[in-house]
Design a protein around this ligand. Structure first.
Ligand SMILES: NC(=O)c1ccc[n+]([C@@H]2O[C@H](COP(=O)([O-])OP(=O)(O)OC[C@H]3O[C@@H](n4cnc5c(N)ncnc54)[C@H](OP(=O)(O)O)[C@@H]3O)[C@@H](O)[C@H]2O)c1
Length: 242
């Protein structure tokens, strides 16, 4: 497999469990330079990594972050590792009776619209002729074909919509950047703030540490090619049905 363009790498959501682990893994791998760690809250980053503030609900911050990255030359890798499942006043719905428009809008704003706006401002920075990646963390529960359990309406639907955004984006990006790879990623069940209320035992079987998940995801990305664009891939490399 041809290596990714060695220009900048960008992780959006660097204050998160998986996003932080991705930044550390990329810094250790030393393939990309510079590395940009973008986050809403401040986060500690390895030496040499550049931090930048970003709030996915405020497009001006995304635009400003992209302008700073653009000054450093072409980008080889963008990973959007942000996400919202619960926060004060937001929790995943067990029944349709719990649906609340403001909660749904908040979840879509972070999980669907935010990554789409990151694509709007960062895709133009991707290398034009070399192999490069735009990836966003989705979730297996966003698969419509795989939905056997129900529940979690807003989170599921926001990830399904994200997957559609990525498919649409992939078609467009292929016209100007035939070597680009645009995909969604399912990180597995990972011990983080997002999963903690639902998987409180971080040591349980089947729960990855953020470091394990980040290593899996970077391995999966390294094995993908432009023909995989538009797909959603799990931590083990398997493709998740739409
Ligand atoms: N953990 C799992 O088991 C699991 C399973 C399937 C899919 N995923 C997906 O993996 C991704 C990462 O999850 P995680 O487990 O690492 O969760 P996490 O630790 O809760 O991290 C979520 C990140 O999203 C950021 N974020 C939320 N709203 C934002 C906004 N408006 N602007 C900018 N950043 C914002 C958070 O920033 P702050 O620090 O500022 O809040 C944080 O950096 C998510 O897309 C999630 O859906 C996770």
């Amino acid at each position: 497999m041809t290596p990714l363009h060695p220009g900048s790498a960008v992780v959006v959501g660097a204050s998160g469990g998986i996003g932080g682990a991705l930044v550390r893994a990329l810094a250790e791998a030393a393939v990309h330079a510079p590395i940009f760690a973008m986050s809403r809250s401040s986060s500690s980053v390895p030496p040499g990594v550049r931090s930048f503030p970003i709030d996915l609900t405020d497009e001006a911050t995304i635009e400003a972050a992209a302008a700073a990255v653009g000054e450093a030359g072409a980008v080889g890798l963008v990973i959007v590792a942000t996400g919202l499942l619960h926060q004060a006043g937001v929790s995943p719905e067990k029944t349709v009776r719990s649906l609340d428009p403001a909660t749904m809008a908040a979840v879509f704003s972070v999980n669907t619209i935010g990554p789409a706006l990151v694509a709007k401002h960062f895709v133009p920075l991707l290398a034009r002729r070399e192999r490069c990646v735009f990836a966003a963390l989705s979730a297996r529960v966003g698969s419509i074909g795989d939905n056997r359990l129900g529940g979690w309406y807003a989170y599921r639907a926001s990830k399904a919509a994200l997957n559609q955004i990525l498919q649409t984006l992939g078609i467009e990006v292929a016209r100007s950047r035939p070597e680009a790879i645009v995909v969604g990623l399912h990180p597995g069940t990972v011990a983080s703030g997002l999963s903690q209320p639902f998987r409180p035992d971080a040591t349980a079987d089947g729960v990855f540490s953020p470091e394990e998940s980040a290593a899996h995801l970077l391995h999966v990305l390294n094995g993908l090619g432009p023909d995989d664009t538009g797909g959603v891939f799990a931590w083990d490399g398997s493709q998740i049905p739409a």
